[in-house]
Structures are given as C-alpha cells and as structure tokens.
Design a protein around this ligand. Structure first.
Ligand code: 1PZ
Length: 215
C-alpha cells in the first residue's frame, strides 16, 4: 500500500480542507492547513516524478508541522495564531539568523505561506485562461511574481525546467478529477476566495509580528 501522498487527487477534497481552515473568529487551524497541503502534494505527485524535488520539500515541511502538532506541546499548535504566540513567548524561533531553532513552526509555515501565494496566482490564471492556455506559462508567471524572490538561482532554474514539463490545460483539468471544464472552473472559483482569505489572515499576522523574513 502506498502512503497517503500517492493516493488519487481530487480538487473537491482540497477545497473542503481549506474551508475547514478558518475558525469562527478567523483563526487558521494548523491541522486543516496541513491537510490542504497534503492534498496539493497528492496532486503534484500525480503529475509526474519531475516534480519530486518540489513535493519532497513540501512533504518535509508538512512533516515538521505534523510532528509539532502531535508533540507534547501539540495543543499550542492548534491554530497559526496560537503557534506564533507560543513559539515567540518561549523563544522557539530563530529571528535573524539560523541557530538553535532551524525548524520552528513559524519559519516552516512561512515557506508554505509564500507558496500559497504562488498557488493563488496560478489557480486564478488557470481559472480565467482559455482552452489553449499554456499551463507552463501560467505557472512560471505566477512563480516569478511570488515565490521566486525567495529562491536562489539554482532553485529558480530547476523550477523553470520542471514547469516546462507540466501537462496542457485539458490534461491538467483531468487530473483535478472534478468533471468537465466548466465544473473545474466553477470549483476553482469556489476555492480561490478561501485560499485567498487564509493567505491574507496569515500575511497580516506575520507582518504584525515582524516574521516575514524568518531565516
Ligand atoms: C503544478 C506545478 C507545481 C509547481 C510548484 C511551484 C513551486 C516551485 C517551488 C520549487 C522549490 C522547491 C525546492 C525547495 C525549495 C526550498 O529551499 C524552499 C525554502 O525552504 P527552506 O530551504 O528555507 O527550508 N521551499 C519552499 O519555498 C516551499 C516550496 C513548497 C512548494 C509546494 C508546491 C506545492 C504545489 C501544489 C501543486 C498544485
């Protein structure tokens, strides 16, 4: 039997987990945030092994957060808000350079948070693209506008090469596993505001707490 990351992707599932992310008072549940990423990794894996170096990093970060969630102080990690408060109050974050806490929840989540902006930009392009739109172009445009600024040259280069291997829009929509094109577009329209809200809330929290540049 394969691991969870090998199972078949369904966009609906990811949509559902991002729906569950927000509490009534707009806090972000880490458990569901992580589950959302798991779903995305599943999707990436079903696109082929050239994306392995990307999904490997994402899986690694997911595991760091899950370990914290299941650890002895797991209850402090219920939401992104409680995680930030707990780690900052207990000096568990390397703030200016890497030191004794290279795998804090705060810095790990920041990496996924930055990637979430890429996702938002990419999915919005997919949603509004025409039949013959090039996914590789949409993907690299979204990447260049967001995540790339945090990556060294080698990673940007490797990412650019991987993007070229993306399937065309029809095959891409097929892998999303939600039915005909119009339904995929509708689902994307549903998912995007949720992803965007989770992103915005995290962004505001991190900016407020001055955590945007964690090493
Ligand atoms: C559909 C095509 C997927 C394209 C994904 C676009 C993102 C490209 C990112 C390529 C970088 C992967 C290599 C690892 C880089 C890490 O150095 C950085 C920083 O972490 P650090 O080194 O500081 O610990 N990691 C990241 O920036 C997180 C990247 C997560 C990417 C998750 C993508 C999930 C895709 C979902 C597809 C729908």
């Amino acid at each position: 039997a394969g691991t969870e990351e090998d199972q078949k992707f369904c966009l609906q599932e990811v949509l559902d987990t991002f729906k569950l992310c927000l509490s009534e008072n707009k806090e972000v549940y880490l458990e569901h945030y992580v589950a959302g990423w798991r779903g995305l990794v599943k999707f990436l894996n079903s696109l082929g092994s050239v994306f392995g170096f990307i999904s490997k990093d994402a899986v690694n970060k997911i595991h760091i957060l899950v370990t914290l969630l299941n650890g002895e102080n797991g209850s402090q990690y219920a939401t992104v808000q409680s995680m930030v408060k707990y780690e900052l109050e207990n000096d568990l974050v390397d703030l200016t350079k890497r030191g004794s806490h290279p795998e804090s929840g705060c810095r790990t989540l920041l990496r996924l948070h930055r990637a979430l902006r890429w996702l938002e930009l990419f999915l919005e392009r997919l949603r509004t693209s025409s039949e013959d739109g090039k996914t590789s172009v949409m993907c690299s445009e979204a990447y260049n506008e967001s995540l790339s600024q945090f990556h060294p040259w080698v990673v940007r280069k490797a990412a650019g090469m991987a993007f070229c291997m993306l399937p065309g829009r029809p095959a891409f929509f097929e892998v999303m596993n939600v039915g005909p094109t119009e339904q995929v577009v509708a689902k994307l329209g549903e998912a995007l505001p949720l992803i965007s809200e989770v992103y915005q809330i995290t962004e505001e929290l991190y900016t407020q707490q001055n955590l945007m540049n964690l090493p």
